[in-house]
Design a binder for this molecule. Structure first.
Ligand SMILES: NC(=O)c1ccc[n+]([C@@H]2O[C@H](COP(=O)([O-])OP(=O)(O)OC[C@H]3O[C@@H](n4cnc5c(N)ncnc54)[C@H](OP(=O)(O)O)[C@@H]3O)[C@@H](O)[C@H]2O)c1
Length: 254
């Protein structure tokens, strides 16, 4: 069974781990303070989950999931993540993370900065526009459950929702598509990473992070992002996948 190394054990990391364990994945989860702070979470997640340091979670991972904001000052386990698919669910929120001029100007998306930070990994933006936390106040009692768990539906269900994936690596898109399906969601491919501004906070699709959207609605909403004024619109018409990134570690470019 696939082991997912989850780096970040807050709202997003812990809820993702719960959903992934429920779908039969093995999890090694880490935060910044150390595995001793994750005992009760591991008890809750059960035998498919264990805690580790960030480097241990990255080393154990067949695929990694980064569940913390981007910062250029982070020291990430780049060697352990080299060659691996790395899911990044971060959203650029300047009020929280500070301003990144390249993103503000439209010269790069926040996930392109992450790809540069981990040039040997296969960065894929996913799980970025679905709520991982309880919603309070809730309109109905069921709504207290995180949307990732509450909106999950079996394949073929008329009410199934769709989530986006963006990457410069087709195998990363294919993996996330299977993972979404296992967790109860359809996929809309919004590759490459340069196009991922279409799913940033404030775009038309963003408003559906609580109630979800069907595949067709998500496709429409991604298109409607064109109404945004420059610099939030950028480089339309790119091919779906671009060439691989320059990786300084030998034999890690594929
Ligand atoms: N919450 C949501 O509903 C939601 C929805 C969509 C996307 N997201 C995205 O998910 C990410 C996390 O959000 P959150 O709400 O889960 O934040 P959070 O509750 O503050 O959790 C952040 C977690 O990341 C850990 N962490 C920070 N730096 C780390 C590092 N270098 N290595 C390993 N772990 C590290 C923290 O560990 P310590 O506590 O030990 O410092 C904490 O466990 C954000 O980028 C956000 O944009 C969140």
């Amino acid at each position: 069974m696939t082991t997912i190394g989850v780096l970040g054990a807050g709202q997003a990391g812990a809820t993702f781990a719960r959903a992934a364990v429920g779908a039969g994945y093995d999890i090694v989860i880490a935060n910044s303070r150390g595995p001793h702070t994750l005992r009760s979470l591991i008890e809750d997640l059960g035998s498919r989950a264990r805690a580790g340091t960030a480097a241990e979670a990255a080393a154990a991972a067949d695929v990694a999931f980064l569940a913390f904001p981007y910062s250029p000052s982070h020291e990430l386990p780049a060697q352990e993540l080299a060659g691996k698919i790395v899911i990044d669910n971060n959203n650029y929120m300047a009020w929280r993370d500070g301003n990144f001029p390249e993103v503000d100007s439209g010269a790069a998306t926040i996930q392109e900065l992450r790809q540069r930070q981990l040039p040997c990994a296969k960065i894929v933006k996913a799980f970025s526009h679905i709520q991982f936390h309880e919603r309070i106040p809730a309109r109905v009692p069921d709504e207290r459950i995180a949307a990732l768990l509450r909106l999950a539906r079996p394949r073929g269900d008329a009410d199934r929702k769709a989530l986006i994936v963006s990457s410069d690596y087709p195998d990363a898109v294919a993996f996330v598509t299977r993972l979404y399906d296992d967790l109860g969601f359809d996929t809309v491919d919004n590759s490459p990473l340069a196009e991922s501004w279409r799913s940033a906070p404030g775009t038309p699709m963003w408003a559906a992070s609580v109630d979800g959207q069907s595949r067709d609605e998500l496709v429409q909403n991604l298109r409607r992002a064109d109404i945004l004024s420059p610099p939030r619109r950028r480089r339309p018409g790119l091919p779906p996948h671009r060439s691989h990134h320059r990786c300084p570690i030998e034999n890690r470019t594929s």
